[in-house]
Design a protein around this ligand. Structure first.
Ligand code: GLV
Ligand code: MN
Ligand code: MN
Length: 416
């Protein structure tokens, strides 16, 4: 059984076929924002693969797809062991983020099936809606609803950055399903994902056994000043929303550097109004992404930001309003399951290291309802959320084989 391996060509082939949907011309990357037509087409393709593999496909009210594989001899009453991830991308993303976790899940099932093996527990592959949060915040909204962390109606009424309502867009692509939310809590959840950071590559390690995920705080700030003539308005008479946005942006960088350690801070989006060369901006809308492995220090960074906004609003005579878009505490994965991942990885001959996830993942939501863990494979140059995101076939295959043997073990062994 130890020698059982996934079919790497087939996994790579599926990754490549999926990446043709929403392909970014001239790159290897993908633009497949949640619930766009491209997301719909990608879902259709994955569902068709699930059906070919004999999986029972259900879609829930937030559009999460779950493919359940019962195998020939499994008792259907046992809870499934679940794997999976997401197939939406950021607007200018890579082909591996999320997609690997879903397609490796299918590959594991096909490998087990074609060997004529079965597991005690069924195996399920989840494709969770809107993990990226790049269109509808918060990120991981599908898995959050799946575990009962957000009620379905609130989620469906979410308005995206483009002004569209989540529920309407979900219906538009035909993925508003009838399976109940929250969904069934699986026996365990294991997600394979690219690291999206530089640690494994820098340390020359094949596999990361992910033990925790840092806390995430997303805030949208709206700054209201007054538009006026760029040539005639004296500097001390301006109520310049653009200037204030840039000051906040600089502050976010400074506060992250000042706190140090795991603290990171990003202003990834600023929209100015009216956004013209010779007009002082009357309005700015911006996002702030703060993350830390410590919930307390994250809170401290949030407090610092709030304090700074009050001060600058006063000094510059603008009004700043703040709205929380996402707020998740740091998550610890199940120690026993992390141990299983690390042990199996070592046994398969891969160099293995415990690692912290800097990115958010569906597994951190599933961790609320069942033992959960993740497997990371290296990202070239630590690049992700970038069309140049890359992990070699050999590295992906290592991760998928660790997933295969982890699922086999957790799902209760297999019998020939
Ligand atoms: C999701 O990809 C996130 O960590 O922002
Ligand atoms: Mn991801
Ligand atoms: Mn991502």
């Amino acid at each position: 059984m130890e020698h059982l391996q996934i079919n790497e060509k087939r996994l790579w082939g599926r990754l490549d076929e999926l990446a043709q949907i929403g392909a970014m011309p001239g790159t290897q990357g993908n633009s497949r924002l949640a619930l766009t037509n491209e997301d719909g087409q990608a879902r259709d393709l994955v569902v068709s693969w699930m059906r070919e593999l004999g999986m029972e496909v259900t879609i829930d009210g937030i559009g999460n797809i779950v493919g359940l594989w019962k195998g020939p001899t499994t008792s259907p009453s046992l809870l499934p062991v679940m794997t999976g991830s997401h197939i939406d991308t950021v607007r200018s993303g890579g082909r591996f983020d999320g997609n690997l976790g879903v397609l490796a899940g299918l590959e594991v099932i096909q490998t087990i099936a074609e060997q004529g093996l079965s597991t005690e527990h069924p195996i399920a592959v989840g494709v969770f809606t809107g993990e990226e949060g790049a269109r509808f915040a918060p990120d991981m909204i599908g898995s959050l609803v799946y575990v009962g962390g957000l009620d379905l109606d609130t989620a469906l009424n979410t308005i995206g950055f483009d002004g569209e309502r989540l529920g309407d867009e979900l219906e538009g692509i035909g993925y508003s399903g009838t399976a109940p939310c929250p969904g069934i809590a699986p026996k365990a959840f294991v997600e394979l994902h690219i690291e999206q950071g530089p640690v494994l590559e820098t340390d020359g390690i094949d596999i990361g056994a992910v033990e925790n995920v840092q806390g995430i705080s997303w805030t949208e700030l709206t700054i209201e000043g007054q538009s006026n003539h760029a040539g005639t308005t004296p500097m001390d008479m301006r109520r310049d929303a653009g200037y204030v946005a840039s000051k906040i942006s600089t502050f976010v960088r400074e506060i992250a550097t000042h706190i140090g350690g795991a603290q990171v801070g990003t202003v990834g989006k600023i929209d100015l109004h009216p956004n013209l060369v010779n007009v002082v901006a009357s309005k700015a809308t911006m996002t702030v992404d703060l993350r830390n492995t410590s919930g307390e220090i994250l809170q401290e960074a949030e407090n610092n930001l709030e304090e700074f906004c009050k001060e600058i609003a006063n000094e510059e005579n603008v009004v700043i309003t703040s709205k929380s878009l996402a707020r998740f505490e740091p998550v610890e994965f199940n120690e026993d399951l992390v141990d299983v991942v690390a042990r199996i990885s070592n046994k398969l001959g891969f160099s293995t290291q415990r690692i912290t996830s800097g990115a958010g993942h569906d597994a951190q939501m599933l961790a609320r309802v069942c033992p959960s863990a993740m497997i990371f494979v290296p990202s070239k140059d630590g690049l992700s959320h970038n069309p140049a995101e890359y992990t070699s076939l050999e590295e992906l295959t290592a991760g998928a084989n660790v997933l295969l043997h982890t699922l086999l073990e957790v799902a209760g062994g297999c019998h020939e």
